[in-house]
Design a protein. Sequence first.
Lengths: 647, 339
Amino acid sequence: MPAKRSYENASLDLTFYEFERKTFSMATDVVDAPLADGKPLETLESVVIRFCGDSGDGMQLAGTQFTNTSAVFGNDISTLPDFPAEIRAPAGTLGGVSGYQICFSNREVFTPGDELDTLVAMNPAALKTNVADLKRGGTLIVNEDEFDKANLQKAFYKDNPLEDPNIMAPYRLHKVPMTRLTRDSVAGLGLTMKEADRCKNFFALGLVYWLYERDMSSTEDWVREKFGKKPEICESNLRALRAGYNYGFSTESFTVHYKVNPAKLAPGKYRKITGNEATAMGFVTAAKLSGKKLFYSGYPITPASDILHELSILKNYGVRTFQAEDEIAAITSVIGAAYAGDMAITASSGPGIALKGEGLGLAVMTELPLVCINVQRGGPSTGLPTKTEQADLLMSMFGRNGECPMPIVAPSGPADCFAMAIESMRIAIEFMTPVFFLSDGYIANGAEPWSVPNVSDLKPIPVSHPTQPNTENGYMPYLRNEKRVRPWAVPGTPGLEHRIGGIEKADVTGNLDYSPNNHSHMVNMRANKIAGIADYIPEQPVEGMQEGDLLVLSWGGTYGSVKTACDHAVKQGLSVGHAHIRYLNPFPKNLGDIIKRFKKVLVPELNLGQLKMLIRATYLVDAQGLNKVKGKPFLVSEVSEAIHKMF
Amino acid sequence: MSTTALPQLTAKDFASDQEVRWCPRCGDYSILAQMRKVLPNVGIPKEKIVFVSGIGCSSRFPYYMSTYGFHTIHGRAPAVATGLKIANPELQVWVITGDGDALSIGGNHFMHAIRRNVDLKIILFNNQIYGLTKGQYSPTSPQGKKTKSTPFGSVDAPLTPLSVALGAGVTFAAKSVDVDINHLQMVLERAAAHKGTALVEIYQDCNVFNTGVFEFAQKKDEKNKNCIYLEHGKPLKFGEKLDKGIRRNSQNCPEVVDINSVPEDDLLFHDEKSPDPGYAAMLASMRYPHSPEPMGIYRCVEKPTYDEAVNFQMNSRIEAQGTGDLEELFNSGDTWTVK
Ligand code: SF4
């Protein structure tokens, strides 16, 4: 079963890093007594808010801080950062709007939410591009100071929408002069106007903290640590934060505020984690579990660069990072390090992965273990660098010359990146093969709670390098074991000197051999070796109905929305089962049987039908697709609608 | 006290059991023979030597050596070798490449390995042609060269490999010729002893598609006329009777002079350790037939190597912070406990 967050294996078959779902009890709402400010405090189950503004407005920071605070408070969380490809698009324009959405809840949540309860819009462009996602009756907080003529024009508003009852009627509008109040709050600190205005995001954050009854201390600590060396900046951010909070507390504009109690997560220690953080941590852990050093090589690319950043600071874990001159050098240096005996990985995104194709073929041909992480983004070509998509599955399957099979795993969410990183490395080592790890932009930047594992529960990854010749006639680099896996002798070992390469070779000896029967033998050998991995991965679990009318097959970062939609459908009495596939090549052995137990199959994915094509080809089933390519994850409602249409 | 001396190996011990399959009289044979002769004397145990190659005729080289070897893909050998050398700095890593492999498809990796000063010995077999693909012009073919892909003559300006390498700050640069056995052995030995990127360009005769183009440096009775054999600390001299020399003219450019007509002190004295790469770059620009062409070690300077620095940085982090503990890593950042 895909684990949203926990890495628990103590009670299970440790080989496969099984996961156990946490049980959650649903809390019913209660209305608490009003607080000291006399304003009533309503208790809610779940809230979705979004901060949006110019990409220079610090919205990612505000969102991240709110997320951290909510996570530490004990809410379940799921986030969706959304930012433009340009670092600083022209201020005030529609193209430059950056947003950060978070769902926080007292129960388990799997998605950042379809609709917003509260929207914070820092300028007209942010309002225009985001207001459609705010639910009727939702809270709309705007920085009214930015609604001047110039900014309205940049957002193509003829008139000020805040004055238009037709536009504003569905919402609870709060016009807050944030720019002015922020400037006032930092007056006397000797800041320039520009510096003062940079604190607006803290004002907005403070206000939302009041609105949702949050403790500000973790953000205050963060500010002190981050800006400790610049006392005026530190003080100004703290003042703006307080001013925002106090504005909610004291003005009449806000008559009520809300509270979301902690979620009843399974007991244990948690931390907030993004997909890229979990990925980096998973590979560091995999290296430790194998007693090896980690070699990482990459070329900067959005949205994968954070993995390089994360690993670069972990050198004392035996990590060597190499920022290569290009994507090709990244994969080929990883091949060199794998040949030397390191745990070797590279990460990139679509365009970079395309460049790595030939190198991956060499790794397949020489049968060296490594992991290639693809943090997928919208394509083709440069495509949508900062937006999510799942359109590289077929490239991972087939995007190399010749018959060139590679195992593929895909984490189901941010926290699952940790477990699947270890899994991908295990497969690479156990089967002497390069492995694809398919993350995506949504998983990479999204955050959720992660149940901190006990190190002692993690199972070692056994690695062996021969030290003695494996035959009487010397060392044979392609003499295989019962899983068709060759030994991994590393340079430096006396007596085992041998040659490998990308050219076709005879089995066992590794000597060049182009003969027809040998090539046929080797192509089949490599294919069968990868297909045989199916015997060494967990069986496919099904959530919801185990047989019946509709099987929903999903993979990768869509787990949360598809799971939520399937849960709803089952609750509504529909006969729906959900299988979220984390092992995409080879498929789990029992997947074919599962498919046979259902009348229809629906495959929702963020592409034009790539898993669907594989499922149809493999199982000869008339699978239907739900396909979205907007650079955004599925809404639960979109999946629900597709499920209903299948009945 | 006991010392385990390395068993004295011979050239034969470095030959693999594979049949060598270059064309008859290909210059590669001589280079292979000299390499096998040199390696027993470099003081590195056989199992610590790795040959990494790209694609091209010369790149079959690793299969003919009994050391560790990796025949990679076109142009990428320096990148594979960089990963290998970072992961295990104790290995002596040789990169075998050609003019097309290193300078055309692999130009980027070639340049970056050099500017990082990764401790690799890059042996560039320059035959000025694409042999394996049956005779197209290469990035070192002279302008006007007629080949299958340039039936009316190449209009490309060629690259000078040593100039490119010196531009990227190479710490060891040398040139030799396939059949000049003693000279080639000397150069390979020096490359083996160098710590840092050592680039050795070897003029190599392609007997099938481009034969005879390096005769100026191969023929016993001609080479002294055309080549300056560099010796550190000695004046640049050449000529059948070593009667000609090189000095800098008033524009600071090299010019040929009659030794008997100028005092020896006016000649250029070879300084392979010159910190100024401009001197070696000047030598690299001296190309036959426009000028006598220097052979030997152009440059040999010391600089920290990349592989050393990467490992030093990792080890000093371990020293400063202690070996990373997973428990600590997992619990870094804000955590909370659910009871
Ligand atoms: S084609 Fe030329 S370079 Fe290649 S093996 Fe034959 S002679 Fe040597």
